[in-house]
Design a protein around this ligand. Structure first.
Ligand code: HEM
Length: 129
């Protein structure tokens, strides 16, 4: 696996887990002053996942897996940013659940892409260069 992919995988792991921790603090009603940090880390995670998707594409990782990861990495910042406006009222809890599900899903998808990439040889090696 190229070093860039390893760095991106660790970026998703660390920023994702920290976002989750901060998110739990936000959910708890505390740490609201850390919302900016939570959003920043989440955006870094989404960007790292998009980059990992591009590397996975070069390595011929399954398009279904890459498509799902791309969808997740784009939906997460949209849902996170618009969180307060989406489904106001009784059903707002659905958005509050969807948001961390997308975040945790993004971490899991990055792991899957990383492990598929590890299982595949470099494109040059495949061509016998
Ligand atoms: C992509 C960037 C992200 C943005 C813009 C964002 C934005 C937000 C906002 C604005 C809130 C507060 C909602 C409220 O209380 O009204 C929130 C809460 C939360 N976030 Fe994020 N977030 C992002 C990424 C993540 C990630 C990666 C995770 C988990 C891995 C996560 C997990 C949570 C959790 C558990 C909560 C509290 C429960 C909830 O309100 O849904 N977020 N986020």
């Amino acid at each position: 696996m190229p070093i860039t992919a390893t760095v991106l995988r660790w970026t998703v792991r660390l920023t994702g887990l920290l976002s989750l921790l901060l998110g739990l603090g936000l959910w708890n009603g505390a740490w609201f002053n850390l919302l900016g940090l939570h959003q920043g880390l989440g955006l870094i995670m989404s960007a790292a996942l998009v980059w990992l998707v591009l590397l996975g594409f070069v390595r011929s990782v399954s398009l279904a897996l890459l498509g799902l990861a791309l969808l997740c990495s784009l939906a997460l910042p949209v849902v996170g940013t618009l969180q307060g406006l989406l489904l106001p009222g009784q059903n707002h809890w659905l958005i509050e659940v969807l948001h961390p599900v997308l975040g945790i899903g993004a971490i899991v998808l990055a792991e899957l892409i990383g492990s598929r990439m590890r299982a595949r040889p470099e494109p040059a090696a495949r061509r016998g260069v």
